[in-house]
Design a protein around this ligand. Structure first.
Ligand code: GDG
Length: 471
């Protein structure tokens, strides 16, 4: 039995005494510990030297970590450029924001090849490799080109658009063909799986078999690639405990004191154009315009942690939010009430958990999202005796399973206002019923279960039969 090798663009390096933030990192660390594994990827540092320069290794709590630094130009081309400025908008259906640059496409290929070269000597013949996300799509093919015969799985955390959208990318078929190097390709939802199947069919002329596999000899001997969906979850119990404790902490106390008897709507994410933040502000503005009974009775608190500031569209978004929040507050504020409280920086994780628990409504309205863990965290954080209501975009992957949420189309500000009004007025019995259904689902579908299910399916795949050598 070999080890598990996890590869992700960024490696969550352990820091002594610091809890691991985020359900994904916790889940991966748990499976790595259980399998005596290795986590490989970018250190988060840049260097003037080559990307393949130096491999840093550290062993902590039974897990080996191996990282490489990115050359400064590779960082710009591969990471800030191709990954974040081309693939990110493409996979989120925003082809108008895609700024194609062939040099960046080359950097993306090159860095994936460099990752493969650095990883290859660390692999044992019986290891199982699990590669994560859009930055690393061609890595499996690069490993195959270097002779890797191990089981390799790939999971895409973001949406998978259909061919009509995907084909906007120059070299779309080449990117797709890279997926055929894997034994299993997982996406978050049924909708994403349909998108991927559509791309296989129209982009590569490949049809799936009855069990959703595609067969090709694109990367050596004939290989069957299983396509499937595995919705990621969170550490539900752990997050619920954090929220329960944080609700008594000083930050939650201050928040509670500042609210008086007003209700609270909460939203939290990285400041990103996929999250639909301007639309959310417009929806809240429409609530105050169309339902005057909520004026001075409800406050909307939004955390928009700044990210990717080097990309122009992110700076533009920040300006747009500043203007919108200012306008709503200018139009509606009272001397003792600020309708929108908007914080453009990150908040500590447990503080955030405490705010979720205090909030009467969790407002999660991305324009597209692979899953959206905030929706799950908000529900996990609730007080079972007095749970809040989740208002959720139907374009979040989470909407496929969280049927106790009030679903909205974020493009429709009036509809969002109606759902917010409904959420704020919802009787306790209905709130409890909706919450209990969702919470049961979250207790079932944790991040740990997700990892377990994916890896079990990967182990079940039959590897290609190598033709006998020497003939
Ligand atoms: C990708 C896909 C998919 C947010 N603001 C703060 C903060 N957060 C935390 C949340 C949550 C996490 O960040 C965001 O999770 P998401 O799921 O929304 O999104 P991504 O991390 O961009 O990731 C996504 C996910 O992969 C997993 O497969 O769900 O669709 O895009 O945990 O709580 N945390 C802290 N301060 C903040 O201000 N500490």
């Amino acid at each position: 039995m070999g080890r598990l090798i996890v590869v992700s663009n960024r490696v969550a390096l352990p820091r002594r005494g610091e809890p691991t933030a985020g359900g994904l990192a916790v889940a991966l660390k748990d499976v790595l510990k259980a399998n005596g594994g290795l986590w490989f990827g970018w250190s988060g540092e840049t260097t003037k030297g080559p990307t393949t320069g130096e491999l840093k290794t550290v062993r902590y709590q039974g897990i080996d970590y191996a990282t490489i630094d990115l050359n400064e130009n590779d960082y710009k081309g591969f990471y800030a450029g191709y990954s974040n400025n081309i693939l990110w908008p493409l996979f989120h259906f925003r082809i108008g924001l895609l700024e194609y640059d062939r040099k960046q496409a080359d950097a993306y290929r090159r860095v994936n090849r460099d990752f493969a070269k650095a990883l290859m000597p660390l692999l044992g013949p019986d290891d199982t490799i699990w590669i994560h996300d859009y930055q690393m799509i061609p890595l499996g093919a690069e490993l195959r080109a270097l002779g890797a015969k191990q089981r390799i799985g790939f999971f895409l955390h973001i949406p998978f658009p259909p061919w009509a959208v995907f084909s906007a990318l120059p070299g779309a078929d080449k990117l797709l063909r890279g997926l055929l190097a894997y034994d299993l390709v997982g996406v978050q939802t049924q909708r994403d799986l349909s998108g991927m199947i559509d791309c296989m069919r129209h982009g590569l002329d490949l049809r799936t078999d009855a069990d959703c596999g595609v067969v090709s000899s694109a990367w050596g001997p004939k290989r069957r690639t299983q396509l499937s969906h595995h919705a990621i979850g969170i550490d539900t119990r752990g997050f619920a405990t954090t929220a329960r404790k944080a609700a008594f902490g000083p930050d939650a106390q201050r928040m509670r004191a500042s609210m008086g008897d007003r209700k609270l709507i909460v939203g939290a994410e990285r400041l990103d154009y996929t999250k639909g933040l301007p639309h959310r502000l417009r929806g809240f503005g429409a609530l105050l315009d169309n339902f005057p009974e909520h004026r001075n009775r409800v406050t909307y608190f939004q955390v928009a942690a700044r990210s990717r500031n080097e990309v122009a569209s992110y700076r533009d978004l920040k300006r747009e939010l500043d203007t919108l929040a200012g306008r709503i507050n200018g139009d509606h504020a009272e001397f003792d009430w600020t309708p929108v409280r908007y914080v453009a920086r990150a908040v500590a994780r447990d503080t955030l958990a405490g705010f979720y628990r205090l909030a009467d409504v969790g407002l999660v309205t991305p324009l597209r999202d692979g899953m959206n863990l905030v929706a799950k965290e908000y529900v996990a954080a609730q007080d079972p005796d007095n749970p809040g209501v989740l208002v959720l975009s139907s374009f979040a992957g989470a909407a496929e399973t969280m049927d106790g949420a009030l679903l909205v189309n974020p493009l429709d500000a009036e509809a969002m206002a109606e759902q917010l009004d409904r959420a704020l007025k919802m009787p306790l019995g209905e709130r409890k019923e909706r919450w209990a259904g969702m919470m049961a689902g979250l207790e079932e579908q944790t991040a740990a279960r997700w990892a377990e299910n994916f890896l079990t399916e990967l182990e079940e795949q039959v590897l290609p039969v190598e033709p006998p050598t020497g003939l």
